[in-house]
Write a protein that binds this ligand. Structure first.
Ligand SMILES: Nc1ncnc2c1ncn2[C@@H]1O[C@H](COP(=O)(O)OP(=O)(O)OP(=O)(O)O)[C@@H](O)[C@H]1O
Ligand SMILES: [Mg+2]
Length: 316
């Protein structure tokens, strides 16, 4: 597969160049941990960008540098073309931190209003926008309960509502789906799509590869502080069928032996036999064989490369 050179002249809303972070840890801070080791990527206007990597890869540390919460040890980060050191560059983003700290005696309504006030909003429009985002995140029913009485998922929804209140041009979300149940995850995914359809740019981190598969235009995969894979998801994933999984019923011992003989991996399930063939080229030949032997074909599933396969192929 050749990597086509495509010119992309969309505005770079995030531009990270050679970002590094070393923490001093331990007794008298004598040890050093390098969490981020020269990370570079950019995020273009209007896209959904997935920032992936296993636990401890350096995602949150990078995001903290990107949002000006901690200073980099090396390299540079720009938001809307301006260095993140300049506070004005941060006014156009909505940010969801990894573990949103919400003052426990505030209510979601008060917390979201406070976030709006910090973004320069106020008055009636802030009050109505606050209710709008609380409704959008399906947390309006708990708008006036104290935050300390909310569940983890309700807290996450409150944090997302706060990130959205000022209707920012770009959302930077650190693990937006964390702590949510399957319905909640689906709602947040739909919300991210809806925001993108409204022209917003979304940058989010996750360690759950399946979450980004159908969502992101581009991704960067981080591992041990370095970007190991980055680019458009469509060009990174091989489109061709890697293997075909065939599920059969009524398989005679002779047929099973013939399949093993041909070198296929056969897995027995209650009442079923599942086997894998490489690619898809021999599917016709194999199906004729099993049908002639009187077996019943329950399912034929072509498996294309997933993000997880890519991760294992490129990141290990
Ligand atoms: N303040 C700190 N002091 C010392 N080490 C730190 C600090 N913050 C992060 N680290 C270390 O930096 C590395 C990267 O951590 P980071 O939180 O950025 O990972 P992550 O990719 O966000 O992981 P997760 O998916 O678990 O959230 C880890 O080894 C972590 O222990
Ligand atoms: Mg993290």
């Amino acid at each position: 597969m050749s990597d086509a050179v495509v010119t992309d002249d969309r505005e770079r809303l995030i531009d990270v160049r050679g970002l590094e972070k070393t923490f001093k840890v331990g007794f008298l801070e004598r040890k050093r941990v390098t969490a981020v080791k020269g990370v570079s990527f950019d995020v273009r206007r209007g896209e959904i960008f997935g920032f992936l990597g296993p636990n401890g890869a350096g995602k949150t540390t990078t995001i903290k540098m990107l949002t000006g919460l901690i200073a980099p040890s090396g390299g540079e980060a720009f938001l809307f073309g301006k260095p993140v050191r300049e506070p004005t560059s941060r006014t156009r983003i909505g940010f969801l931190p990894e573990n949103p700290y919400v003052y426990p005696y505030l209510t979601p309504r008060e917390f979201v209003e406070l976030s709006g006030t910090l973004s320069g909003m106020g008055g009636k429009s802030l009050r109505s926008r606050t209710m709008e985002v609380l409704e959008l995140l399906k947390i309006a029913y708990a708008a006036d309960r104290q935050v300390r009485r909310l569940s983890k998922g309700m807290l996450q929804r409150t944090g997302l509502a706060a990130a959205l209140v000022s209707d920012p041009e770009m959302l930077i979300l650190d693990e937006p789906m964390s702590g949510l149940d399957p319905v909640g995850r689906k709602e947040v995914k739909d919300l991210i799509f809806a925001e993108r359809d409204r022209g917003r740019t979304i940058f989010f981190s996750t360690h759950i590869l399946g979450d980004v598969e159908a969502m992101c235009d581009r991704v960067a995969i981080l591992r041990e502080g370095k970007v190991v894979v980055s680019g458009a998801l469509r060009s990174l994933l091989r489109g061709d069928v890697l293997r075909t999984e065939i599920t059969l019923a009524n398989v005679s011992a002779e047929l099973e032996a013939a399949l093993v003989e041909k070198g296929f991996t056969v897995h027995r399930r209650p009442d079923l036999v599942v086997f894998d063939i490489e690619g898809e080229g021999r599917v016709g030949e194999v199906l004729r064989l099993v049908l002639d032997a009187g077996a019943q074909v329950v399912e034929v599933t072509p498996r294309r490369e997933t993000l997880e396969d890519l991760f294992l192929r490129r990141a290990l």
